[in-house]
Design a protein around this ligand. Structure first.
Ligand code: PBG
Length: 330
């Protein structure tokens, strides 16, 4: 039998395979989400996310130095603030001396080249655990946008490089862009969570920050009135086009692995950089299987991140960034 075209010819050796490799994962692709808490000398393990910690600011700085030296050059910041700082307006989010603002300043000081991407959303600062202000039992879009603008200006003032709004209110990218322009923060970018789905894969993250929507019959128990319905795909493009028109610099799709069809579709439709969030539940699943000896941890991490890049991601938010950087550097 003569088979003219044999795909296996180009797979015969490691060197030949490397020559025809289409996707190359590097540490340049990573953004590491980090959790910061009050105090000093504190490092608390997050049980549902093995290997991930909440750290006080002093230890966060050490971690940032280590990340940068490994080649991880961007961090996405989340704060765990005490209950007594939370209210319905989320006003701790724009306290110029707040934990987030002080964290940004301290990282800028210690690791000036690190790209700082703070999360912009009210949930870690809300008594209700929602990403918006509650009015008449609903998450109010427009007053939330006003709060997000205050938060954005405060984070820009502290030295943030790129703001990452993860709230899914309508029109917030425009409101933020206008405020940044008017206040001379013309170089502060916006990485917009354009297609963020209401997903059960955020569970471990919410326990890390103690930020889950509270159980109260007067308010929605989930985030489905603002985050997207996971049955939908065309709607993701609509969300993306709107955020691009409103002035976003980078577009986020979230979660990652179960949503790579969306990533690939958006990749074919826009030319802006795309960020994909390999979320807490994806990380927890992989770690749980690896701890049971059911998966090879290192291989599964590199494979999943490479596949996210192959689908069209320019950058990947991942809790495995540090571990993957160590693997890629060796
Ligand atoms: C909230 C926010 C969430 C995540 C990032 N920002 C959770 C949510 O929307 O409830 C999830 C990240 C993860 O699961 O890793 N603004």
């Amino acid at each position: 039998m003569i088979i003219y075209s044999r795909n296996r010819r180009l797979r015969t050796s490691e060197t030949l395979r490397s020559l025809v490799q289409e996707t190359v994962l590097t540490t340049n692709d990573f953004v590491m989400p980090i959790f910061v808490m009050e105090g000093s000398g504190k490092k608390e393990a997050i049980s549902s996310m093995p290997g991930i910690f909440r750290r006080s600011l002093d230890l966060t700085i050490l971690e940032c130095k280590e990340l940068f030296s490994l080649g991880v050059k961007a961090v996405n910041l989340y704060m765990k603030v005490s209950e007594n700082l939370k209210d319905n307006t989320g006003k701790e989010a724009w306290n110029q001396n707040g934990l987030m603002q002080n964290t940004i300043k301290a990282i800028k000081d210690a690791v000036p080249e690190m790209i700082i991407m703070p999360d912009v959303a009210l949930d870690p600062f809300s008594i209700y655990g929602h990403d918006g202000i509650i009015k008449d039992g609903k998450i109010d879009n427009d007053s939330t946008n006003e709060a997000l603008v205050k938060m954005s200006l405060s984070l820009a003032e502290a030295g943030a490089d790129i703001l990452a709004p993860s709230d899914m209110m309508d029109g917030r990218v425009l409101a933020m862009r206008e405020a940044l322009e008017e206040n001379n923060f013309t170089d502060v970018g916006i990485l917009s969570y354009a297609a963020k789905y209401a997903s059960s894969f955020y569970g471990p993250f919410r326990s890390a920050l103690d930020s889950a929507p509270v159980d109260n019959q007067d308010i929605p128990k989930d985030k489905k009135t603002y985050q997207m319905d996971f049955h939908n795909s065309r709607e993701a493009l609509d969300e993306v086009y709107k955020d691009v028109a409103e002035g976003a610099d980078i577009i986020m799709i979230k979660p990652g692995m179960p949503y790579l069809d969306i990533v690939s579709k958006v990749r074919e439709s826009i030319d802006l950089p795309i960020a994909v969030y390999n979320v807490s539940g994806e990380y927890a699943m992989l770690k749980a299987a690896a701890q049971n000896g059911w998966l090879d941890n290192d291989k599964a991490i590199i494979e999943s991140l490479t596949c996210i890049k192959r689908a069209g991601a320019d950058m990947i938010f991942t809790y495995a960034a540090k571990e993957a950087a160590v693997l890629l550097n060796n």
